[in-house]
Design a protein around this ligand. Structure first.
Ligand code: NAD
Ligand code: ZN
Length: 254
């Protein structure tokens, strides 16, 4: 149980790091978005745990799998469509605009960092974005509403209007190569930061979880904020086991 005193002490420790931070980087996972109503990967009964994920090869291999992927995506729209940035997103947006944070690397696909005002050039999305779709062959971008209009009548996955290729949410599926430009940018940010804030990630998904290790090796102060222990607690300079929104609200007086 986290008491009010624990939160106060954690917030003070975090505030001390944030005050000295000059070129920080934040790395965020599903935990920063749970207070916005989007369950994290491991919550029991969450949308993510009910179905085995459709991997990239299966998606490409059959039209039926593509239809199933779209069925699931539109079923989740109630959750994703209504979500608004939380206190953690707002705190990071403020640190960016203050110039204390250089960038945010996220594993999330919910678009909530952008919604909190973070410019695209300061955000690295390692696993893409589920709030729009792209053609896998020619890259044409589609709004989800465009896909939905064509999907709904017969529950058939539509193909690209320009080239006939398969259309998929702009996320990175299991079995799909990691986006090279995003990986390179995340690596550069991790190598150059003075403070690395790992927020709301169990830090078990690789290669993404390699960035905190890289930052620490390059001399950064590693801060981990997560309500449960993570794989990398042992190498961190500061570990805060508390609610993300609460601790940022107290540290930055949001
Ligand atoms: P994860 O589920 O592995 O870990 C989330 C961590 O956040 C957990 O350890 C949990 O204890 C912690 N947490 C949850 N709510 C918290 C809170 N309010 N305060 C403090 N800690 C909290 O998530 P992950 O490591 O980010 O990996 C899951 C993968 O699934 C990611 O790669 C991501 O692409 C995807 N995913 C994305 C979203 C999203 O976009 N919002 C949601 C679920 C899963
Ligand atoms: Zn196309």
């Amino acid at each position: 149980m986290t008491t009010a005193d624990d939160i106060k002490a954690s917030a003070e420790a975090l505030a001390a790091v944030l005050t000295d931070m000059r070129a920080g980087v934040a790395f965020t996972g599903a935990g920063i978005s749970t207070e916005c109503g989007i369950p994290d990967f491991r919550s029991p009964g969450g949308v993510w745990t009910r179905n085995r994920p459709i991997d990239y090869q299966a998606f490409l291999a059959s039209r039926e799998m593509r239809a199933e992927a779209w069925r699931r995506r539109f079923a989740m729209q109630e959750v994703f469509g209504e979500a608004e940035p939380g206190r953690g997103h707002r705190a990071l947006a403020q640190l960016l605009s203050d110039g204390r944070l250089q960038g945010i690397i996220t594993q999330n696909i919910d678009g909530l960092h952008q919604a909190s005002g973070v410019p695209d050039e300061q955000l690295v999305e390692l696993h893409g974005n589920t709030t729009y779709a792209t053609c896998l062959d020619c890259g044409t971008r589609y709004a989800l509403d465009w896909v939905r209009e064509r999907f709904v009548p017969r529950e058939e996955a539509p193909d690209c209007a320009a080239c006939g290729g398969p259309i998929k949410t702009a996320t990175v599926s299991f079995g799909q190569p990691m986006p090279a430009a995003a990986m390179a940018k995340a690596g550069a940010l991790s190598a150059e930061c003075d403070v690395f804030l790992a927020i709301g990630s169990s830090l078990v998904v690789w290669p993404a979880a390699g960035f905190p290790v890289q930052a620490k090796r390059a001399g950064a102060t590693l801060v981990i904020i997560n309500r449960e222990p993570t794989e990398l607690d042992a190498i961190a300079n500061l570990v805060i086991h508390a609610d993300i929104g609460e601790v940022f609200a107290a540290a930055l007086r949001l």
